[in-house]
Ligand binder design. Structure first.
Ligand code: WTA
Length: 647
């Protein structure tokens, strides 16, 4: 049995939820979800209070998810306006720039209100209205948060594209969401280097509808090309705009945002989140899971380009009137002490990051941590991938000084907020375990082939969720059929997570990783199909298959099998060229780690690539290949083993 770390007496006594309260609230949430969520929906200010709470069908062919459906509200009013009377002068956002020698900013709720209202008016003047889409392609600067809240204020649907994505990826998302406006910045400083965001947006917009406008925020003041017909100067427009803009009254089920994420097949899909249920769930999980209390300084190190940044940098914290820290830089710039220096300087109380960052920092030695005063820290969190016990122990002892509970939060872009995590005052943590479901979440472990529920403890299978929760995604943008097919067709009557899990002898959950063709590289979700389609778009590539393999720092690395066109010769140079090619097609996060030249790929007689075999070879576990007799040409496997890259 693994070590367990029970909450300290002090934590248990002071936390929002202790063990007894968890048991009582969890039981109530499952016994009567209507009553439970009816009560907790009141944490949000409604323009028209709801009378209906839950209206959900998981029936394949007829999936519909509705929460608080007759209520109306505005999310920006909940994140900004409702705090002005009580905490207008409190800091809402602490902004820490890329370079530690540049000044940080403290933006009060009053200032946030003025900036959000101004940007809302700027967007309105550009012709953006309720239901229109706004793509946000921004550095981690306060204007990114203003852009999100300004869109929400006027009822527009935002879709953030991570600033590390290529022009091609940006263009696909602008086209996919049929956006009216792209908000970007001149350049994005990160780790001392500037990414030319405006130039990327120019390239992307060249392939989009000519009516798409580009609103440009000045961050570095660097030179940018300017097209008077399309480009708009945010700084000038916002200086002239009024700081009063009435919040649009939105239905609870109106979309708040679209966020593209990778799936096991095809191109990324636009995950659609709602207005009412999402904000209830993001704010409640933020408060309870992080044990957030008034006056705390909360820091989530994610980028707003990912769902973690949506829910736990912007929406959850601001709905709770919190002080949220937004960091523009990277953990290792100027050196491996940066995270800890920022914690010391801003007296951070809750710190939330990804295991990949911890593994990278752990490798640099303890002195980078130990020279900083981390006594303000009260709680630590992780997200994005399973955390290995070594990294967990290091986080606990070296960063947390053995005093801070670690919440290992398992969730997904699709779920809007945490679904499983230990609660800091309630549960004895186990390194590497996501432990317990949040309120209202009923995890089930299914037998992968039959789909039968596996009862009892000490079992393993695929992870599904039995019933809905308010933060759940509602549909795939423009493709409800794909939504039903992806999440509700393999295991009828359940939400299928795509993850495998174990339920241990105590009934606690351990996520074992994806069971589909999604890989998790440095906590970034990547579809192997996307990398494959980028590779085969190269003129010298005939075919490719991409799988994940274990990587010490990244969690998983990207392993590509590539079959060249007849007559093309493999070379180191071509390897480099293909790497650069994929980076340009998708972005640096998709850069292949290993490329193996494969004269042939293992296929069934019907032509289906046997990825199971490729995965095993990439994992250097080819002793366990299993049955290869159904292959059209079993001999290709020997060649792949002989020439494997991951020895
Ligand atoms: C994985 C990120 C283990 C999982 C919020 C999931 C995790 C995918 C954890 C979603 C965790 C996330 N332990 N695995 N604590 N958190 N994952 O959509 O495979 O970027 O399905 O959302 O990350 O990634 P996404």
């Amino acid at each position: 049995m693994s070590d367990t770390f029970p909450p300290s007496a002090e934590m248990a006594a002071n936390a929002h939820v202790d063990a007894a309260k968890y048991d009582q609230m969890y039981a109530a949430s499952i016994a009567d979800p209507e009553a439970f969520w009816g009560e907790h929906g009141k944490r949000i200010d409604w323009m028209t209070p709801y009378t209906q709470v839950k209206d959900v069908s998981y029936d394949f062919g007829n999936v519909g998810i509705n929460w608080y459906a007759d209520g109306t509200l505005n999310v920006s009013a909940n994140c900004v306006d409702r705090h002005l009377a009580t905490r207008g002068d409190q800091t809402a956002i602490i902004w820490e720039p890329d370079s530690p020698t540049d000044p940080s900013l403290h933006i009060t709720y009053n200032q946030l209100s003025a900036s959000v209202n101004k940007m809302a008016n700027v967007l309105k003047d550009l012709g953006v209205g309720k239901g229109d889409r706004v793509v946000i392609y921004m550095p981690m600067i306060p204007e990114a948060a203003y852009a999100m809240l300004a869109s929400a204020r006027i009822g527009a649907i935002h879709s953030i594209v991570f600033a590390g994505f290529s022009p091609e990826a940006l263009a696909a998302r602008v086209q996919g969401s049929e956006a009216k406006v792209v908000i970007t910045a001149d350049e994005a400083p990160r780790g001392g280097r500037n990414t030319p965001l405006k130039a990327n947006a120019d390239k992307a917009l060249a392939t989009c509808d000519a009516s798409v406008q580009c609103l440009v925020v000045r961050r570095t003041g660097g030179e940018v090309a300017w097209d008077d017909a399309r480009d708009r100067d945010y700084n000038a427009l916002s200086a002239a705009a009024s700081d009063v803009c009435a919040p649009e009254e939105m239905n609870a089920e109106d979309p708040l945002f679209i966020l593209y994420t990778s799936g096991s097949t095809g191109m990324p899909k636009g995950v659609v989140h709602s207005t009412g249920g999402y904000i209830v769930y993001a704010s409640m999980t933020h408060e309870i899971v992080f044990d957030y209390k008034d006056g705390d300084i909360f820091w989530c190190t994610a980028d707003v380009g990912w769902v973690t940044g949506h829910s736990y940098i912007v929406y959850g914290p601001l709905a709770n009137g919190a002080t949220t820290l937004m960091f523009e830089g990277v953990p290792t710039y100027p050196d491996a002490s940066r995270f800890w220096q920022v914690c010391e300087e801003h007296k951070v109380n809750q710190f939330y990051t990804a295991p990949t960052a911890l593994r990278a920092l752990m490798g640099q030695g303890n002195s980078f941590v130990e020279k900083c005063d981390l006594s303000s820290l009260r709680l630590l969190g992780t997200v994005g991938e399973p955390i290995n016990p070594e990294a967990w122990n290091w986080y606990n002892e070296i960063v947390g000084g053995g005093r801070c509970p670690i919440v290992d939060t398992w969730w997904q872009t699709e779920t809007g907020g945490h679904l499983m995590t230990p609660l800091p005052g309630a549960h004895a943590m186990k390194p590497g375990s996501a432990m317990k479901p949040f309120f209202g979440i009923e995890p089930v472990v299914l037998e992968p082939t039959t789909g039968a529920e596996i009862e009892g403890n000490d079992v393993e299978g695929v992870l599904c969720i039995k019933d809905s929760w308010p933060g759940q995604m509602r549909t795939v943008w423009g493709d409800h059929e794909r939504f039903e097919k992806t999440y509700f067709s393999d295991y009828k009557g359940y939400y299928f997570t795509g993850d495998g899990c174990k339920r241990d002898a105590d009934g606690d959950y351990w996520i074992t990783g994806r069971v589909d063709d999604v890989i998790n590289v440095s906590g970034h979700r990547m579809g192997t199909a996307e990398v494959e389609s980028a590779l085969v778009a190269h003129p010298k590539v005939a075919e490719s298959a991409v799988v994940g393999y274990p990587h010490d720092i990244k969690g998983q690395g990207i392993y590509c099998y590539v079959t060249l066109m007849g007559g093309e010769e493999p070379s180191e140079e071509l390897r480099k060229e293909l790497r650069t090619w994929v980076r340009t097609e998708i972005g640096p996060i998709a850069s292949p780690d290993l490329i193996q030249w494969a004269p042939g790929l293992p296929k069934t007689r019907s032509g289906k690539i046997m990825r199971r075999i490729l995965r095993k070879i990439a994992e250097n576990d080819y002793g366990a290949l299993g049955d290869t007799s159904t292959l059209a040409d079993p001999s290709v496997v020997d060649d792949l083993i002989d020439n494997r890259m991951n020895r």
